[in-house]
Design a protein around this ligand. Sequence first.
Ligand code: ADP
Ligand code: MG
Length: 338
Amino acid sequence: MDIIQLLPDSIANQIAAGEVIQRPASAVKELLENAVDAGATEIKLIINDAGKALIQVIDNGKGMSVTDARMSFERHATSKIQKIDDLFHIKTMGFRGEALASIAAVAQVELKTRREEEELGIYLEIENSAVVKQEPCATPKGTNISMKNLFFNVPARRNFLKSNVAELRHIVEEFIRVSMAFPAIYFSLTSNGQEMLHLEAGSLKQRVVQALGNNLQSQLVAVKDETDYINISGFIGKPDVSKKTRGDQYIFVNSRFIKSAYLNHAIAGAFSELIPKENFPLYVLFIDIDPTQLDINVHPTKQEIKFEDEKIIYAFVKAAVKHALAQASVAPSLDFSL
Ligand code: ADP
Ligand code: MG
């Protein structure tokens, strides 16, 4: 007797969701990135119960047509890539077409969306990956998506969630990562009815100060270096604002927040003589590089990337930070030694 069968979509989506949506903060990241990709200039995040009860993102981006709105919840459904070659020229935050499908598999979703050229928008309700309600609705231009009761249908995962304090900390972390990369966009975060963060559109310096603390106003040193191959820009904190805990360390590659112990090491090396050994420097650095020189598709959350030539990047980043420290006269002399 044959025993193999295809899994129903709802189960396949739930399994896939395990990789993309690990906790409320992962859903927050995906929804904020979708709003950024939609060209929004204002993005509001509303959460209740640290995202366990509600995560809502309201944007004023380009919205979706009725067909696209339904389609957006299918797995591998994306408007961002079409062919394999596109994978190497990605300019958007998303491209895997998995986030909304994953979210719809593990939460109750309500979507309102309208394109500018349409008079009425569309309202959709989705549960267990299926549309359970659809009707036209009046709604501002853009997209308003709510996900309620995350993991309501996967009790084992719900039980794995940490305390509200811990989950909220993860959410704020993701919120700051995304908002830092797009200072020209207004972002707000409201938790249980109270506005926690309110970031006006402005310069990167203003965003860093708003997000990480007013005390930084006079403590930031600009970093800027360019070659044909790679650019770096952003800010480092003067040695005085280094801390005993790792925390305010942000590296973005082509606007995407990444985790890289290797590059953290390069930057720490540039600071080495200037701060106590046990301290961590503060930095918000943006590396821009030809997308063919990297692979961001290493992990579903896209926080790990592979560089074509890691050593060159390491040397370049370290030299740029040393250069900035020297120019700001916080380092004794220009020293490009690696
Ligand atoms: P991806 O972002 O990888 O394409 P998602 O599952 O996150 O995949 O979204 C699927 C598609 O739905 C997107 O490609 C986009 O066309 C559309 N979409 C999602 N969120 C929004 C939004 N806030 N505004 C407009 N379109 C959106
Ligand atoms: Mg997306």
